[in-house]
Design a protein around this ligand. Structure first.
Ligand code: GPU
Length: 832
C-alpha cells in the first residue's frame, strides 16, 4: 500500500474526468498527440474515432475502478454471466448515450473539425456471437450495469468474430472478420492476469499428506495461459460500470527443452504457437451442435479460467466454503459452460479437500441454467472418448455425479429403467455421449426457458422426465428482453426524442413501462403526423443502406416488409420467399389497370447469415437473390414489388433496419423459436409484425393486443400430429404453393436444379417445417396486411399503441426477475 504521507498527491491528481466540452476537447487533443502520436496535420476519421474513444474510455475506467472498489469493500454477492457469445456491436455511441454525454461529444468533435456520425461509422462491430443468444448476453450485460447489479460477464476474446458475408452471384461467400485490425480502445489488457489451464494428461491416486486419505489427482499434459481483457460496461443513468472479462489464449513460457536440445527448436516453438488457436475464432453455428475438439477446448479453457478467477476472489474474503453460494451466483448461458459445474466440483473436492456431498450442495446452489432451444440438433452431446482424452479427471467426476444422481432417482422411482436411461448424463449409444443439458440441470438449482411458451415446452418435451424427478418448481420462465438504450435511443434517436417530448424526458429509458403514457396521444393527429414522419425518415435511411449495399433503388413510400435473422429452415425464410413469388405471379396475372388497387407497393427485405456448412440455408439465400434479380428488373412491375437481400447483417445494420420497417416477419414453425428478440426490437421501433404463435410473439400479442399483430399458422400443439401425417404420406400441398413450385421448376428464377432440394424437402421429405400446412394461412395474413396498410391513419394508431405497450420487453425487467428468482442478488447503487 502507498504510505499515508504520499497519499495527498494521489488524491490531488486522481480521477480527474472531464465534464464539459472544453474538458473533452483537451482529452481528445492529448490522445491524438500522445496516445496516437498523430497531429493536427494527419488526424483523419480513424484517429478522431480513436481519440474520442480513448477519452471516453478514460472516463469509464475511473467509474469502473470506483464500482469495483465499492463491490469489494461492501463484500456483496456477485452474479457471473457465463456466455460463449457476446454480440456487442459498436461501443462508442452506446457509451456516449449511457454516460449521457452524447450532445457534449457531438459539439466538441464538431468544434474540432469532425462530424460525430462519421466518427461512429469508423468503429468495427464487436461481433463475438452468432445471433439471438449472443445478443441477449449483450443486452443483459447492459441491464446489469444499468440496474446497479454487481455482475460480471465472462467470455472469450475471439480474434475473429462471426464471418463477414459477401454475396457473389447471389451466393453467400464468407470472409474472415479480423475485428482487432486497429488497437481496440474498449478493452483493457490485463496482461498480468495469466491463468494456467491444463489439458490432456492422466489421473493418479495420491495420499493427502494432511489427512492421510487417498484422493484423485489430475496430472495435466499440456498447459495454456488464459490472459484477461476487460471490457468496461457502462450503465445508463448511473455511474455504475461493470466488467466483461474476455479470455485470450497464449502459450506458456514453459519450453520443451528436451525437444530444443534434440535440435527441434522450430517444431517446439510451432507447437507452442498452436496455443493461440484456442481463442482464434468463433464457431459460426447457430442453433446447431457440431462436436469439434477445438470447441470443447474453448469451453474448458474459458470455464477453467473464469472459475479460477471467481474462486480466487471468494478466497480473498476469507469466508468458509459453505458461504460460496451466498457470494457467488453463476448463470450458464445455454449448455456451453456446463463444464463449470464439473470444474467447481473438482476445485472443491480435489483441490480444497471438501467432502463430495458438501461440495455438491455448494455447486448446485451456485448455478442456474438457461435453455435456449428444444430442437434436438442443437443439444450438445460430447463423445465420451473425446471428453476423457481432453479432460480425464473431469470424466471421472461426471461419472461420479451421474452415479449419485441415478441412485437418488432409483430410490425415488424404483425399477424404472426407462426413466434412468432418459435422465442419465451418459447416453448409452455407440459411441457413448455426455448429455450436457442433463448435466446442467442436475448441477443447477434452477432451469429457465426464455419465453412462456418455450418454458412450458421444455417441461412437456425434452425435460419432462426431469420434472418427474425434481418436480416442476425447479423449472421457471424468464421471458427475454432487449435494452431500450441501444434498440430505441441509439437506433432511433428521432422516435426516442419524440417520446421523450411527450413523457417528460428520457426517464422512460430505464423504466420502460412509462411508454404506456403514449396511449393518451394516439388520437392527436399532430402527434400521429410526427410519428409517421419519423418512420418515413427512418425508411429513407434504410433505403439508402439498401441502395449502397445492393444497388437497388427502392421507394420509401412502399411497405417495407423485413425478415432479418440467421438463415434457418425453422425460421422459414423459404416460406417468406415462396410468398413473395406468389405475389409476383399474382401481380403479373392482374391486368395493369387493377394492380395498384389490388396490391400495395412493397419492398421485401431479407438479411442474415447461413452457417458455412448449412447447404439448405445457403440455397435459400440464392433463391432470394435470384427472385430479386428477376423481379427488380421486370419493367412491368416497377415499384409494386422489389426484393432485396442486404449482405452481412450485423448489429450495426440492425440499428438501421429495425427503425425502418413497417412490417417484420417472425414466422418460425410453431414451437421451434424459443423466444426471438428481434420481434421485440421491431415493435419497439414502431413496426408491426406478421408472425406465428411462437416464442415471445405470444407475449407480444398479449401486451399489444390481437388487433395490432398479424398472426397466422398452426399452433405448437398441432405440430407433432401434422408431422406424423406427412410421414404417413398424407400431405396436401395447396394449389398456390404448387404454382410457386411450378414457376421455380420452369426456370423462371434461373437454373431450377439448385432449388430442387428445397422444393423436394416440402414435397417428398416430410415437410418438417410445415411450409405446406401454413402457406395459405400466411398468404391470408399478408392480404390483411395490405388492407390495413392502406388505412394509413389506423396503421399509425396501431404502431403507437404497440410501442406504448412494449414496456414488458425491457431487458431491465428480465434482469430483475433473474436477480429475484434465481440469483438472489440485490442492486448496490454507488453514491456519487
Ligand atoms: N438461440 Br440454442 C441462438 O441464437 N443460438 C443458439 O445456438 C440457440 C438459441 C436463440 C434462440 O433461437 C432464440 O429464439 C432466442 O430468442 C435467443 O436464443 C435468446 O434466448
Amino acid at each position: 500500500a502507498i504510505p499515508l504521507k504520499c497519499r495527498e498527491i494521489w488524491k490531488r491528481y486522481g480521477a480527474n474526468e472531464f465534464s464539459d466540452v472544453d474538458g473533452f476537447e483537451s482529452q481528445f487533443v492529448k490522445h491524438v498527440e500522445t496516445t496516437l502520436a498523430r497531429s493536427i496535420y494527419n488526424c483523419d476519421n480513424l484517429a478522431a474515432y480513436q481519440a474520442t474513444s480513448n477519452s471516453i474510455r478514460d472516463k469509464l475506467i475511473v467509474h469502473w475502478n470506483k464500482t469495483q472498489h465499492l463491490h469489494t469493500a461492501k463484500d456483496v454477492k456477485r452474479i457471473y454471466y457465463l456466455s460463449l457469445e457476446f454480440l456487442m456491436g459498436r461501443a462508442l455511441d452506446n457509451a456516449l448515450i449511457n454516460l449521457e454525454i452524447r450532445d457534449l461529444a457531438a459539439t466538441a468533435v464538431d468544434e474540432l473539425g469532425f462530424r460525430l456520425e462519421d466518427i461512429l461509422e469508423v468503429e468495427p462491430d464487436a461481433a463475438l456471437g452468432n445471433g439471438g443468444l449472443g445478443r441477449l448476453a449483450a443486452c443483459f450485460i447492459d441491464s446489469l450495469s444499468t440496474g446497479n447489479y454487481p455482475g460480471w460477464g465472462y467470455g472469450l476474446r475471439y480474434q475473429y468474430g462471426i464471418f463477414s458475408q459477401k454475396i457473389v452471384d447471389g451466393y453467400q461467400a464468407e470472409a474472415p472478420d479480423y475485428w482487432l485490425r486497429f488497437s481496440n480502445p474498449w478493452e483493457l489488457p490485463r496482461l498480468e492476469i495469466q491463468i494456467p489451464v491444463d489439458f490432456y494428461g492422466y489421473t493418479t491416486t495420491v495420499k493427502d499428506p494432511q489427512t492421510g486419505k487417498s484422493k484423485k489427482q489430475w496430472n495435466g499434459g499440456e498447459q495454456i495461459l488464459a490472459v484477461a481483457y476487460d471490457f468496461p460496461i457502462p450503465g445508463y443513468g448511473t455511474s455504475n460500470v461493470n466488467n466483461l472479462r474476455m479470455w485470450s489464449s497464449k502459450p506458456t513460457t514453459e519450453f520443451d527443452f528436451q525437444k530444443f536440445n534434440e535440435g527441434d527448436y522450430q517444431d517446439s516453438l510451432a507447437q507452442q504457437q498452436r496455443a493461440e488457436s484456442i481463442t482464434a475464432v468463433l464457431y459460426p453455428n447457430d442453433n446447431f451442435y457440431k462436436g469439434k475438439e477445438l470447441r470443447l477446448k474453448q469451453q474448458y479453457f474459458w470455464v477453467a479460467a473464469s472459475l479460477h478467477d471467481i474462486v480466487r476472489r471468494f478466497i480473498k474474503t476469507k469466508r468458509p466454503w459453505d458461504q460460496f453460494p451466498d457470494q457467488v451466483a453463476i448463470q450458464l448461458n445455454d449448455t456451453h459452460p456446463t463444464l463449470a459445474v464439473v470444474e467447481l466440483q473438482r476445485i472443491l473436492t480435489d483441490l480444497q479437500g471438501l467432502e463430495w456431498d458438501v461440495a455438491w450442495s455448494i455447486v448446485q446452489r451456485t448455478f442456474g441454467y438457461t435453455n435456449h432451444t428444444v430442437m434436438a440438433e442443437a443439444l450438445e452431446k460430447w463423445p465420451v472418448d473425446l471428453f476423457g482424452t481432453l479432460l480425464p479427471r473431469h470424466l471421472e467426476i461426471v461419472y461420479d455425479i451421474n452415479l449419485a444422481f441415478l441412485q437418488m432417482v432409483e430410490k425415488k422411482f424404483p425399477n424404472d429403467r426407462g426413466l434412468l436411461s432418459s435422465v442419465s448424463v451418459i447416453e448409452e449409444s455407440q459411441p457413448k455421449n455426455i448429455r450436457m443439458a442433463n448435466l446442467a440441470i442436475i448441477g443447477s438449482h434452477r432451469v429457465n426457458g426464455v419465453a412462456e411458451l418455450h418454458s412450458q415446452l421444455i417441461k412437456q418435451t425434452i425435460f419432462s422426465d426431469f420434472v418427474k424427478v425434481y418436480g416442476s418448481d425447479k423449472f421457471t420462465n424468464v421471458t427475454n428482453g432487449i435494452t431500450p438504450r441501444r434498440w430505441l435511443r441509439q437506433a432511433n434517436p428521432g422516435l426516442a426524442a419524440l417520446i421523450a417530448s411527450k413523457l417528460g424526458g428520457y426517464g422512460y429509458l430505464n423504466d420502460l413501462n412509462k411508454l404506456k403514457g403514449l396511449e393518451q396521444f394516439v388520437e392527436d393527429p399532430g402527434f400521429r403526423a410526427e410519428w409517421a414522419a419519423i418512420k418515413t425518415a427512418n425508411k429513407t435511411k434504410l433505403a439508402a443502406l439498401i441502395a449502397s449495399t445492393t444497388g437497388v433503388t427502392v421507394n420509401p413510400n412502399s411497405l417495407f416488409d423485413v425478415q432479418v435473422k440467421r438463415i434457418h429452415e425453422y425460421k422459414r425464410q423459404q416460406l417468406n420467399i415462396f410468398g413473395v413469388i406468389w405475389r409476383y405471379l399474382q401481380l403479373k396475372a392482374t391486368p395493369k389497370a387493377e394492380r395498384t388497387t389490388k396490391f400495395v407497393p412493397k419492398v421485401s427485405i431479407f438479411g442474415g447469415k447461413a452457417a458455412p456448412g448449412y447447404y439448405t440455408a445457403k440455397t435459400i439465400i440464392k433463391l432470394v437473390n435470384s427472385v430479386g434479380s428477376v423481379v427488380n428488373s421486370d419493367p412491368e412491375i416497377g415499384d409494386l414489388l422489389k426484393v432485396v437481400f442486404i449482405p452481412d447483417y450485423n448489429v450495426s445494420k440492425a440499428e438501421v433496419i429495425c427503425p425502418g420497417s413497417d412490417l417484420s416477419e417472425h414466422i418460425s414453425t410453431a414451437g421451434t423459436e424459443a423466444s426471438g428478440t428481434s420481434n421485440m426490437k421491431f415493435v419497439l421501433n414502431g413496426g408491426l409484425i406478421i408472425g406465428t404463435v411462437d416464442g415471445a410473439n405470444v407475449e407480444i400479442t398479449r401486451e399489444v393486443g390481437e388487433d395490432n399483430i398479424f398472426l397466422f399458422g398452426n399452433l405448437a400443439e398441432d405440430v407433432e400430429d401434422l408431422r406424423h401425417e406427412h410421414h404417413m404420406g398424407r400431405s396436401h400441398i395447396p394449389d398456390s404453393l404448387v404454382q410457386v413450385f411450378d414457376a421455380i421448376s420452369s426456370g423462371q428464377f434461373g437454373t431450377p436444379d439448385e432449388f430442387q432440394s428445397l422444393l423436394d424437402g416440402v414435397r417428398f421429405h416430410g415437410d418438417h417445417y410445415l411450409v405446406s400446412d401454413d402457406f395459405e394461412s400466411y398468404l391470408e395474413a399478408q392480404k390483411l396486411v395490405d388492407e390495413e396498410f392502406r388505412k394509413k391513419e389506423d396503421w399509425v394508431r396501431k404502431s403507437i399503441i404497440s410501442v406504448a405497450n412494449m414496456g414488458f420487453f425491457s431487458s431491465d425487467r428480465c434482469i430483475e426477475e433473474y436477480a429475484e428468482n434465481i440469483w438472489n442478488i440485490e442492486p448496490l447503487e454507488e453514491k456519487v
